[in-house]
Design a protein around this ligand. Structure first.
Ligand code: NAG
Length: 337
């Protein structure tokens, strides 16, 4: 371990960021009730929304595309306008985080993040606005995410300049959980025009009945704690099931063997101040044991949600790593058009 790899006793964050994260956590806690309901009106007051970039801004435009209005299923489509390369761009299908209960594709932090992703790679980004708990439980989120892929397969004209044969599934936190389960559904489905070639799993939200060492040790770190994650699993999983349900504990006692599935190459980002890190490492190890291509990237001083804050040094490193991974996976499939 060199100097940069040493873990601090507590994460190094500016007072401004600490204040922001405390306010965010306060809003999440104040809107949740112990009986499993959520005050959606209250949280919406604090969840600031950004409009799409109807006029190109810094070489990017975006628009909202409706997939199924009856369940408010839509995505925000980000298209770089000044792609220097003659080749078509890869496509990142992104699932936002928020414990399956919070946030949306047009929430300001996620709109900012997807803009950055689209510009920095560059790539076409499809940010999926799936239904939320507790009103819509498992497996609605997976259904919505998979239905967007089917829509992309059938309505390719929305994705001009994009190579749908170079699709990546990406998600942070609960979105990383969705990306995993959608990848398994893709494995059992034949697409003609679309191919998933990689997964960007950013601090994915997995869990189980066991209390892991980081979950017990990291009390008082920003964003994630056991009381919150327990509430989120209860609001998401089917009534009567425990956290070893295979939606949560993906390589646990009740999960299926995925070694026979056609699972794409996966990069898993893990932070040393994330109480979920042990579940994320087990996800990576489970993929390896199942014979899948997987890479784990560990940032010792990263908190949960670090990628949303450009002031954190891991944020820039993260975007570089994502670019390398996407280039590697697309280069090895350059002949597939
Ligand atoms: C749940 O708790 C909240 C806050 O205490 C209350 O307003 C709401 O009516 C309760 N809902 C149900 C279904 O019990």
């Amino acid at each position: 371990m060199d100097q940069n790899q040493k873990q601090l006793a507590s994460p190094h964050l500016s007072w401004r960021l600490r204040l922001f994260l405390s306010a965010f956590s306060f809003a999440v806690d104040a809107s949740r009730h112990s009986n499993g309901t959520l005050n959606r009106r209250f949280i919406n007051l604090l969840d600031f929304k950004s409009p799409p970039l109807t006029k190109p801004h810094k070489n990017l435009k975006s628009s909202d595309v409706v997939v199924d209005s009856s369940r408010n299923l839509w995505f925000r489509l980000y298209t770089p306008t000044a792609s220097a390369s003659a080749t078509t761009l890869p496509v990142i299908v992104f699932f936002h985080g928020g414990g399956f209960a919070f946030m949306a594709s047009n929430s300001k932090p996620y709109d900012d993040f997807c803009q950055k992703l689209a510009r920095e790679l560059p790539a076409v980004v499809v940010s999926v606005n799936y239904r939320l708990t507790p009103d819509h439980r498992y497996p609605c989120q997976y259904d919505d995410a998979f239905d967007v892929l089917k829509f992309m397969e059938n309505d390719g004209h929305y994705f001009e300049g994009a190579n749908l044969k170079q699709c990546f599934l990406a998600g942070d936190s609960a979105g990383g959980n969705i990306a995993h389960h959608v990848a398994l559904r893709c494995s059992g489905h034949v697409f003609q025009n679309l191919k998933v070639v990689g997964i960007l799993s950013i601090q994915p939200f997995f869990g189980g009945e066991e209390r892991t060492e980081p979950e017990r040790r990291l009390v008082g770190v920003p964003v994630v704690n056991l009381e919150r994650t327990d509430w989120m699993w209860r609001a998401f999983l089917p009534e009567g099931s425990d956290r070893d349900h295979p939606a949560a504990n993906v390589f646990g006692p009740k999960s299926e063997d995925i070694s026979g599935s056609d699972y794409p190459a996966t990069i898993v980002f893990v932070g040393g101040f994330d109480p979920l890190q042990e579940w994320q490492k087990r996800y990576y190890e489970g993929l390896k044991k199942s014979g899948k291509e997987a890479e784990l990237v560990y940032y010792p001083n990263a908190i949960h949600t670090f990628y949303a804050f450009p002031e954190l040094e891991e944020c820039a490193v993260f975007f570089n790593k994502v670019r390398d991974f996407v280039q590697l996976q697309t280069a090895s499939r350059q002949n597939i058009k």
